[in-house]
Ligand binder design. Structure first.
Ligand SMILES: Nc1nc2c(ncn2[C@@H]2O[C@H](COP(=O)(O)OP(=O)(O)OP(=O)(O)O)[C@@H](O)[C@H]2O)c(=O)[nH]1
Ligand SMILES: [Mg+2]
Length: 398
């Protein structure tokens, strides 16, 4: 991936803002010497928010800005004035971005639409001022709540490009060539395997100004699901395509077998991929004559729609577009909405991308206070704030 602008995996370190402390204050003015409690509430700490932006296409802007910190909330003031809310940090990402917990690989959120926002790390709530704690028996409470602490979390962001059709095939079968003749995309094409190293997207124009999006991913080889070749790294980009277009070249020794191997690799990677609608195109069919095609037709797999195409002569391309359009618009194939994300297998994520290790393992779940304190503070919010032990503890802390 070195030198490429296509970045589809980043690990970032996020820290939300801490909540501002509530104020302990009593009203005073030139006519009142012993006014009641009027300490205001602290402001909320800033959130870390993920937001979809259709103008972004990769995660490259996050590759070198991996530490994202939100602002802290301000403390409450006198006359029940609120503290200022901390500044939220918004991470703009392309549609199709999925967020996972960096430590456990747990699926957190996905962004599929422009403008869609998700709070990744919540800012701490501000503490309540002493005004809230006045009671009939304690009219001058000399305590207020502290704000909730910051939360630190490492997050893995993965891009799964959103295309209607995903091209699947062994290397050198003509995937990029097909994309280049059907769309305005200009992928690299050459007569050797693994010409394509990063996914390419193209918009295919159809009749009456209609169009759909096609993704060309690097070739898959047997064993891709175990990490061989480039396959595994890019298989995620076809997870959300509604249709998979399998390409097997006309000069293949056994088309049905090649198709089965590809299906098997997809099934091993994610069984849901096999449930998608498949179409099989026999590429490079300009090398065949009518007689040969008839002969081959009898040996093609029967459980999938097949079409003979040639990107060089243009043969079968209109028929292919018709089939693709029909299948894309078939309500049964709208998988993008029903797609469920699995948790990330943290042992399999690419380590070379993972320069985060250089931080010397600084990443922890909560900082600013240790975990016991965190329990105490959470309890305060749940059961009220009247324990003298807690009061003393929190006073010391401030
Ligand atoms: N005769 C003929 N050759 C084709 C056709 N389509 C592609 N080719 C040739 O096949 C070779 C491989 O094409 P690519 O489009 O780079 O193949 P690919 O599947 O993208 O390959 P990778 O990116 O390596 O996975 C090139 O030399 C193309 O010129 C076709 O329809 N007919
Ligand atoms: Mg290619």
């Amino acid at each position: 991936m070195a030198g490429s602008n296509f970045v589809d995996y980043v690990k970032i370190f996020c820290r939300s803002g801490k909540g501002g402390a509530g104020s302990t204050h009593f009203h005073r003015d030139n006519r009142t010497t012993k006014g009641g409690p009027d300490g205001g509430d602290g402001g909320r700490g800033g959130h870390i928010i993920l937001r979809g932006n259709k103008d972004f296409w990769t995660l490259i802007h996050l590759k070198y800005a991996r530490h994202i910190f939100a602002g802290d909330g301000g403390s409450g003031g006198s006359s029940r004035s609120f503290g200022k809310d901390g500044e939220d940090k918004i991470i703009e990402v392309p549609c199709g971005t999925v967020a996972y917990d960096g430590e456990t690989g747990e699926f957190l959120a996905e962004i599929t639409e422009d403008g869609q926002s998700v709070i990744l790390v919540k800012g701490g709530r501000g503490g309540l001022g002493n005004w809230h704690f006045r009671t009939a028996t304690n009219q001058a409470p000399r305590f207020a709540q502290p704000g909730e602490p910051r939360i630190e979390r490492s997050i893995i962001l993965e891009l799964k490009v959103l295309a209607d059709v995903g091209l699947v095939g062994f290397p050198n079968v003509g995937k990029s060539t097909l994309l280049s003749v059907l769309s305005a995309a200009k992928p690299e094409i050459a007569d050797y395997p693994f010409t394509t190293l990063v996914p390419n997207l193209g918009i295919v124009s159809y009749r009456d100004y209609k169009s759909f999006c096609m993704a060309d991913i690097p070739g898959i080889i047997e064993g891709a699901s175990e990490g061989k070749g480039l396959g595994l790294r890019f298989l995620r980009h076809i997870e959300r395509n509604s249709i998979l277009l399998f390409l097997v070249p006309a000069d293949s020794d056994d088309i049905a077998k090649e198709y089965q191997i590809l299906r098997q690799e997809l099934a091993l990677y994610n069984p849901e991929l096999v449930d998608k609608h498949h179409i099989l195109a026999i590429s490079k069919s300009d090398m065949l004559d009518e007689e040969l095609m008839e002969h081959m037709r009898a040996e093609l797999p029967q459980d999938v729609r097949t079409v003979f195409i040639s990107s060089v002569s243009g043969m079968g391309l209109t028929e292919l577009k018709d089939i693709l359009w029909e299948e894309i618009n078939n309500p049964d194939n709208q998988v993008a909405q029903t797609f469920t994300h699995r948790d990330l297998d943290i042992t399999r994520v690419e380590r070379e991308e993972d320069e985060f290790e250089d931080d010397g393992g600084e990443t922890e779940c909560i900082v600013g206070t240790d975990e016991d304190d965190w329990d105490d503070i959470s309890d305060l919010y749940d059961v009220g704030w009247d324990s003298p032990k807690n009061l003393k503890k929190n006073k010391e802390k401030r």
